[in-house]
Design a binder for this molecule. Structure first.
Ligand code: MG
Length: 250
């Protein structure tokens, strides 16, 4: 069931979005060779709590972190660890979510650790472009398939693989609401997008094929099947009469 939000509720969601966005930006600023993903996690948790929020991921289905930290060929849901140390040339996808006033914000970005390979840099740029393409399609009267199509066209136009097993989602009082928001689709297909829908639009794009493997022992971390790097960008977006409004903004 899709929960439409009133404009007052969308306003209230902006605070959860702001805290989520600040946590992502500030944690991203700490990305450098030698730092562990657990240090990033602790920093993000502290920041979210200092801003009056609750880390949305901590304890979610038993997840141990306040962020997801997914390195290189890890697509999503990487578990922060003291043993995972960032190295020059890595990429790291950081996903942060905060609950404020009973509303959830959710966003993600992939960061370069020092100097990265040019093709990997291109993957990051294209994946962010995919996200914005999806956001721009999140308009009243469009269809859900228009978002997926917009993302997929940019990714595949660049020769990259779209992850299909993991998708975006509705968001509100809880992190994952209906509908699912695939990063692939056909124009004009799927449910109609309406004012009051709030969606987490989050392309996961691989340098190689879109196929995934895992999770394995930790029960969480998802990898690219072919071992190529993967990038992930996400915003929480409200559909309003004036067009899409990004809620995970400072
Ligand atoms: Mg999400």
């Amino acid at each position: 069931m899709i929960h439409l939000k009133t404009s007052a509720q969308i306003e209230a969601m902006k605070e959860a979005g702001r805290v989520s966005a600040k946590a992502l930006r500030k944690t991203g600023e700490l990305v450098r060779p030698g730092i562990s993903t657990l240090e990033l996690d602790r920093f993000a948790e502290n920041l979210i709590r200092m801003e009056g929020g609750i880390p949305a991921f901590l304890g979610y289905n038993g997840f141990r972190g306040s962020i997801c930290s997914s390195l290189n060929d890890q697509i999503v849901h990487g578990v922060p660890s003291q043993a995972v140390i960032l190295r020059e040339g890595d990429i790291i996808s950081i996903d942060t979510g905060a609950i404020v006033g009973g509303w959830v914000g959710d966003n993600a970005a992939t960061f370069a650790v020092g100097q990265i390979a040019p093709e990997t840099q291109r993957l990051l740029e294209i994946t962010e472009k995919c996200m914005w393409s999806g956001v721009e399609a999140a308009c009243n009267g469009n269809k859900l398939g228009d978002i997926g199509y917009a993302v997929q066209a940019v990714a595949e136009g660049a020769g990259f693989g779209v992850v299909r097993e993991y998708v975006g989602h509705g968001i509100g009082r809880v992190m994952h609401e209906d509908p699912n928001v695939p990063n692939f689709g056909h124009r004009g297909q799927g449910i109609k997008l309406k004012v009051g829908m709030v969606l987490a639009i989050e392309p996961m794009i691989n340098l190689g094929t879109g196929q995934t493997r895992g999770p394995y022992e930790d029960g969480w971390t998802v990898y690219t099947a072919d071992g190529t790097p993967s990038a992930h960008f996400e915003k929480t977006v409200a559909i309003t009469k004036d067009g899409p409004v990004v809620l995970t903004a400072e």
